[in-house]
Ligand binder design. Structure first.
Ligand code: HAM
Length: 417
């Protein structure tokens, strides 16, 4: 679990801000969920045979012996909350959430035991337009972040109920004679979670899978139609994708459609987002049957990708650095700084601390990355003015009222500085 400070935290915050802005533009509302839920919510919702539940969960007893877990993902908690609050009766919900998730995985670049996800869920819409809109929204987020060209979309139809059961039977029947040749994980999955064998990365297992029965052949007419509608919608929207017949994802709750966004830009942990439809989850958790679909992205990975592919201007935390003649005049400098903040919304104004001479303060101002130094000294105070010095441009220093200084800064900002 990492600490993120300054530039790294700012990078994650920018990703989150863009996600929120796009979700709002798509008419999604926020839901804030607890980080801790009953362990059973996840074991039932995600499935006891999944890696997430069987190997990666931070589960513990509370003081009264109730079994709890740090959330490994947001969908199960979101569904629980909607059921408990009665948000699903005769209404649709479009919700987003953002925050830390916990998985006891082996840490490496892009994979952390605490990571941040941004997720969105649609409840109450059975048609493929919900799946398509979630994909459209995710694509809009990638564009807003400037990484649209660096991610690829894969989709698959994995059936549900009877079709899935028939397929699993055929898959297990096909794989069982090869049991001793499968890799260790896949051998364990043969009993626990055979569908997951399909996305094994082990070459020898992949070779065995070449002749395996095809999931697509087991889908019923409605499931085929549903997948066809989604593809038509994506084509009409000009959203490119690849159908990956091996894509299954690591959660039992998925039905019909699964999607995953990957990249080549950040190393081995190449999935930046994923999701799908989960029409059975609400009923499984005790609610009335409600169709649902959603996705979540890993904001840490998205931030890494963004650093890798966009040049971006170097990180700066300050726009205006306020310096004080002789290190004195603190109250006047504080008042001037605040007057400037009020007049230029969003401007980052930082007061020098720790005294010292003007040249030492200017060095600090330069190092802060600020575009301007605002000087408060005796002459300025006597005339109720400030001096504004351009730190990155060859322009004369201005002796100006706060209003004039604010106007100069606003002008420079609208000129694209
Ligand atoms: P997920 O694919 O497990 O899906 O996680 C979503 C994203 O979170 C992944 O694509 C990845 O970018 C990121 N992520 C996952 N684990 C880690 C980790 N250990 N370190 C860093 N990033 C990570 C879900 O969690 C589903 N709840 C998505 C969903 C929402 N399906 C329907 N609605």
């Amino acid at each position: 679990m990492r600490d993120l400070a300054a530039a790294d935290a700012a990078e994650l915050r920018q990703v989150e801000d863009q996600c929120m802005a796009v979700a709002r533009a798509f008419g999604f509302e926020e839901i804030r969920l607890p980080l801790v839920e009953s362990e059973e919510l996840f074991s039932r919702g995600i499935g006891v045979g999944t890696d997430i539940v069987s190997k990666e969960m931070y589960a513990f007893d509370d003081r009264r012996g109730k079994r709890l877990a740090l959330r490994p993902e947001g969908t199960a908690g979101c569904a629980r909350a909607c059921i408990e609050r009665g948000l699903l009766h005769n209404q649709t919900q479009r919700l987003w959430y953002s925050g830390p998730m916990f998985r006891y995985e082996r840490p490496q670049q892009g994979r952390y035991r605490q990571h941040d996800q941004f997720g969105a869920e649609i409840f109450g819409v059975a048609g493929a337009e919900a799946d398509a809109e979630l994909i459209q929204m995710t694509a809009a987020i990638w564009e807003a972040l400037g990484i649209g060209h660096a991610v690829r979309l894969e989709i698959n139809a994995i059936g549900s109920g009877a079709s899935r059961a028939a397929y699993l039977e055929a898959l297990v029947a096909y794989l069982s004679p090869y049991e001793s040749e499968l890799d260790g994980d896949s051998r364990a999955r043969l009993r626990m979670n055979p569908l997951r064998i399909l996305d094994s990365k082990v070459a020898s297992t992949q070779r065995i899978l070449e002749e395996a029965p095809n999931l697509a052949d087991y889908l019923d007419a409605t499931e085929r139609e549903q997948f066809h509608s989604l593809r038509e919608l994506l084509d009409a929207l000009g959203l490119s994708y690849r159908v990956n017949p091996r894509l299954v994802r690591g959660f039992d709750y998925y039905t019909h459609t699964v999607v995953e966004w990957t990249t080549e830009g950040i190393g081995a942990q190449d999935a930046v987002g994923g999701g799908g439809r989960y029409d059975g989850l609400i009923e499984l958790l005790g609610g009335r049957p409600t169709p649902a679909a959603g996705f979540a992205m890993g904001m840490d990975r998205v931030a890494l990708l963004r650093q890798a592919v966009t040049e971006g201007s170097p990180y700066r935390s300050t726009d205006v650095y306020v310096v004080m003649q002789d290190g004195k005049h603190v109250p006047e400098a504080m008042a001037a700084a605040q007057a400037l903040r009020v007049r230029v919304p969003g401007l980052r104004v930082r007061l020098h601390a720790g005294g010292g001479g003007l040249s030492a303060q200017f060095r600090r101002a330069d190092r802060s990355g600020a575009d301007w130094a605002m000087i408060v000294g005796e002459a300025e105070i006597a005339e109720n003015r400030v001096s504004l010095k351009w730190l990155r441009e060859d322009r004369p220093q201005a002796f100006a009222s706060i209003e004039e200084a604010a106007a100069m800064i606003r002008d420079a900002q609208t000129d694209g500085r």
